[in-house]
Write a protein that binds this ligand. Structure first.
Ligand SMILES: NC(=O)C1=CN([C@@H]2O[C@H](COP(=O)(O)OP(=O)(O)OC[C@H]3O[C@@H](n4cnc5c(N)ncnc54)[C@H](O)[C@@H]3O)[C@@H](O)[C@H]2O)C=CC1
Ligand SMILES: CC(=O)C(=O)O
Ligand SMILES: [Mg+2]
Length: 370
C-alpha cells in the first residue's frame, strides 16, 4: 500500500504522524511511504532521516494526498485537507467528530474511510490510541494551570505547592481517567492539595490505592462537584464519554461563583469541553478570562511538546498502521473488532453511534459498511 504522511497544519501543531523508525517498519513490510517535505521538522526529524528510512519526500500536501491510499495524520483534517479526500482514501488520525458538525459533514461527503484514534478500543475496554496523548496532556495540564495562576495571566498569584508556613493551592480534577491520573501525579509532585472526582467508584478505588492517601477522592454528584469547584484554585476538566460530546458539568453560573483569579484547564475541550464557558484556544493565545476565571482550553496540548508526543503517539499507532497497510482497511477492520470501534465514517455513512446521535445522522453499524 502507499501510505502518506502530510505535514500537520493546525495552529502550532508540531507533531508528525510517524517517526523515521516507524516508516522503516512499513517499508520493511513492503509498503511505499510518501512524506510531505518538512513534515517532521517540528519534532526534530529531517527529510533526510525519512529518506534514510526508505520514504520518498514529496513537495506538498496535494501530492501526498493524490499519491497515497492511506493518509496517516495527528490532528483532525482541516478544511483544505478534507477537500482532498476521496472514496479511495483511508484516513487514520484523531477526529473528535461529536462537537464538530462541519468536519463530520465534509468527511461524510468525501466518501472516505475515516478511522478515529480516539475511539479505537482494546480488550480491557481502554482507549490505546488516546492514552499516550492523554498522558502528555494530563501532565501538561498542571504546568499550564500553574502558569495560569500567575498574576501576569490574571491568576490568583498562587504557587501550587505553597511554601513552609503558607498553604498549597487546591487543585480539583474532574475525571480520574488517564488525563486525571497523570495530572494528579504532577500536582502531587508539586505538593498541591489534590482532589479527584469521578463517577466510577472503581476508578476512585484505584486512585486511592495508587496515591496512598495523597489524593482525596470524591464521588462525582452535581452537589459535590459544585462544592469542590467553588473551593478550588485550579480545576482540571478531564471527563470523557468515548465518542460523545463532553458533558457540561460546570455551568456558567458556577464559574461566576468561583474565586476571582482561579484557573481552569479544560483538557476535554477536544470533545467540546466540560465547562459551559469553554471555547477552544490555540497555543498562540492559550488563555482568556470569563468572570475573573482564567480559562486554558487548548485542543492540541501535546503539539507543544512535539518531540515527546510524536514518539509516544507513534509507539501506540504503529502496530495498527502496519496492520491496515498489510491487510488493507476493509480486511483489517473486519478482522479486528477493537480497530472497528475506531471507524467513525465510511462511504458517506456515520458508523459511530454517539457521533450520529449528537449530530443527527442515521447510525449505520460499522460492519454494514464493509
Ligand atoms: N486537549 C488536548 O490536547 C487533549 C485532550 N484529551 C481529552 O481529555 C479527555 C479525557 O481523556 P482520558 O483521560 O484519556 O479519558 P478516560 O476515559 O481515561 O477518563 C475519563 C474519565 O471521566 C470519567 N467521567 C465521565 N463522566 C464523568 C462525570 N460526569 N463526572 C466525573 N467523571 C466522569 C470516567 O469515569 C473516566 O474515568 C478526553 O476528551 C480526551 O480526548 C486527551 C489528550 C489531549
Ligand atoms: C487527543 C488530542 O486531541 C491530541 O492529542 O491533540
Ligand atoms: Mg467569580
Amino acid at each position: 500500500m502507499i501510505v502518506g504522511i502530510p505535514k500537520e497544519i493546525k495552529n502550532n501543531e508540531f507533531r508528525v504522524a510517524m517517526t523515521p523508525a516507524g516508516v522503516a517498519e512499513l517499508v520493511k513490510n513492503g509498503h511505499r511511504v510518501v512524506v510531505e517535505t518538512t513534515a517532521g521538522t517540528g519534532s526534530g526529524f529531517a527529510d533526510a532521516d525519512y529518506q534514510h528510512a526508505g520514504a520518498e519526500i514529496l513537495e506538498n500536501a496535494e501530492a501526498v494526498f493524490s499519491t497515497a491510499k492511506m493518509i496517516v495524520k495527528v490532528k483532525e483534517p482541516q478544511a483544505v485537507e478534507r477537500a482532498r479526500l476521496t472514496k479511495e482514501h483511508t484516513l487514520f488520525t484523531y477526529l473528535h467528530l461529536a462537537p464538530d458538525p462541519e468536519q463530520t459533514a465534509d468527511l461524510v461527503n468525501s466518501q472516505a474511510t475515516c478511522i478515529a484514534y480516539e475511539t479505537v478500543t482494546d480488550a480491557l475496554g481502554r482507549l490505546p490510541l488516546l492514552a499516550p496523548m492523554s498522558e502528555v496532556a494530563g501532565r501538561m495540564s498542571i504546568q499550564a494551570g500553574a502558569y495560569a495562576l500567575e498574576k501576569s495571566r490574571a491568576g490568583r498569584g498562587m504557587l501550587l505547592g505553597g511554601v513552609p508556613g503558607v498553604s498549597p493551592a487546591k487543585v480539583v480534577i474532574i475525571g480520574g481517567g488517564v488525563v486525571g491520573r497523570n495530572a494528579a501525579q504532577m500536582a502531587v509532585g508539586m505538593r498541591a492539595d489534590v482532589t479527584i472526582l469521578d463517577r466510577s467508584i472503581d476508578v476512585l478505588r484505584a486512585i486511592d490505592a495508587e496515591f496512598d492517601g495523597r489524593v482525596k477522592t470524591i464521588f462525582s454528584t452535581s452537589l459535590a462537584l459544585e462544592e469542590q469547584v467553588l473551593a478550588a484554585d485550579l480545576v482540571i476538566g478531564s471527563v470523557l464519554i468515548p465518542g460523545a460530546a463532553a458533558p457540561k458539568l460546570v455551568s456558567a453560573e458556577m464559574v461566576k461563583k468561583m474565586k476571582p483569579g482561579a484557573a481552569v484547564v479544560d483538557v476535554a475541550i477536544d470533545q467540546g469541553g466540560c465547562f459551559a464557558t469553554a471555547k477552544a484556544t490555540t497555543h498562540a493565545e492559550p488563555t482568556y478570562i470569563v468572570d475573573d476565571v482564567v480559562h486554558y482550553c487548548v485542543a492540541n496540548m501535546p503539539g507543544a511538546v512535539a518531540r515527546t508526543s510524536t514518539y509516544a503517539l507513534s509507539n501506540a499507532t504503529l502496530p495498527y498502521i502496519i496492520k491496515l497497510a498489510n491487510l488493507g482497511a476493509e480486511a483489517a477492520l473486519k478482522q479486528d473488532n477493537y480497530l472497528l470501534e475506531g471507524l467513525n465514517v465510511r462511504h458517506g455513512k456515520v458508523t459511530c453511534e454517539s457521533v450520529a446521535t449528537e449530530l443527527g445522522y442515521d447510525f449505520v453499524p460499522a460492519l454494514e459498511t464493509l
